[in-house]
Write a protein that binds this ligand. Structure first.
Ligand SMILES: NC(=O)c1ccc[n+]([C@@H]2O[C@H](COP(=O)([O-])OP(=O)(O)OC[C@H]3O[C@@H](n4cnc5c(N)ncnc54)[C@H](OP(=O)(O)O)[C@@H]3O)[C@@H](O)[C@H]2O)c1
Length: 250
């Protein structure tokens, strides 16, 4: 599915999971502007990934599309076999299936943990091997405010995002001496499809509790990811950077 106009060998390659929409798309576009050859990933939304790649190429960048199910390590390994020098991994793909703990099904817990925690684990395991060989690399895991504070109705999601912060810290210890940095970003309420199902009155209450009195944008998260992947962040690893409008100062 390669459509790159410049050879990836001229640029460092960044894989952004879940870049068929929302925050992932904004990150892919931003990293492309930063000079990366971007692997635009989708699971089911091929049209969304095509749109992201068109925007990347439209602004003078290069990229390719990759497809896998983050829940399946075999799917990831097969899709990423052709790519031998990924130097930035952004684990952004995620989903939520909400419900009160007492009513939550095994399947709702399992699906969310597999997508949001197992998936990033499979991807970090794959990519860090390449990064160790290259003796460089940067991984950014998109966690959530819910993983820092917990959130009613999101026991599965909060647990998966807390796990991502713990994995971030653990891997940062394991690979720091080899020049690889591993950080997390914890967005609060960001205006994307993911929050479009929140009932309006509840959304208004949530926004009122945010010191900056608004939702964040996908571009604001992308800017922070860009920083963490840049030389300006060369002494930052194992950190979780909050992007939440001041709701939970950290
Ligand atoms: N929006 C917020 O307020 C907010 C706040 C905190 C954290 N976050 C986190 O930010 C990340 C992006 O969220 P978003 O708001 O941009 O959501 P989104 O627009 O719904 O995007 C979710 C992405 O995850 C991908 N995905 C879902 N299940 C997958 C699977 N099994 N395998 C591979 N990819 C899968 C989707 O791919 P396809 O559509 O191609 O299937 C899509 O690209 C998520 O990790 C989310 O938890 C969001």
């Amino acid at each position: 599915m390669s459509t790159n106009t410049q050879g990836p060998t001229e640029k460092s390659t960044a894989l952004v999971t879940g870049s068929s929409s929302g925050i992932g798309r904004a990150i892919a576009l931003r990293l492309s502007r930063d000079g990366f050859h971007v692997l635009v990933h989708f699971h089911q939304n091929k049209k969304g990934a095509d749109d992201t790649l068109s925007q990347v190429e439209g602004s003078g960048g290069t990229g390719e599309i990759v497809q896998f199910n983050a829940k399946e390590s075999a799917s990831i390994e097969a899709a990423l076999t052709p790519y031998k020098s990924i130097s930035v991994l952004v684990n952004n793909a995620g989903l939520h299936i909400d419900g009160l703990a007492g009513l939550m099904s095994d399947d709702a817990f399992d699906q969310v943990m597999r997508t949001n925690a197992y998936g990033p684990f499979f991807l970090m395991r794959h990519c860090v091997r390449q990064m160790l060989r290259q003796k460089k690399g940067s991984i950014v895991n998109i966690s959530s405010l819910a993983g820092q504070t917990g959130n009613p109705g999101q026991m599965n999601y909060s647990a998966s995002k807390a796990a991502l912060i713990a994995m971030t810290k653990t891997l940062s210890h394991e690979v720091g001496s080899r020049g690889i940095r591993v950080n997390a970003v914890a967005p609060g309420l960001i205006e994307t499809e993911m929050v479009s199902d929140i009932p309006a009155p509840y959304l208004e209450q949530m926004i009122n509790r945010i010191p900056l009195k608004r939702m964040g944008t996908a571009d604001e998260v992308a800017g922070v990811v860009s920083f963490l992947c840049s030389k300006d962040a060369s002494y930052i690893t194992g950190h979780t950077l909050s992007v939440n409008g001041g709701l939970f100062p950290s």
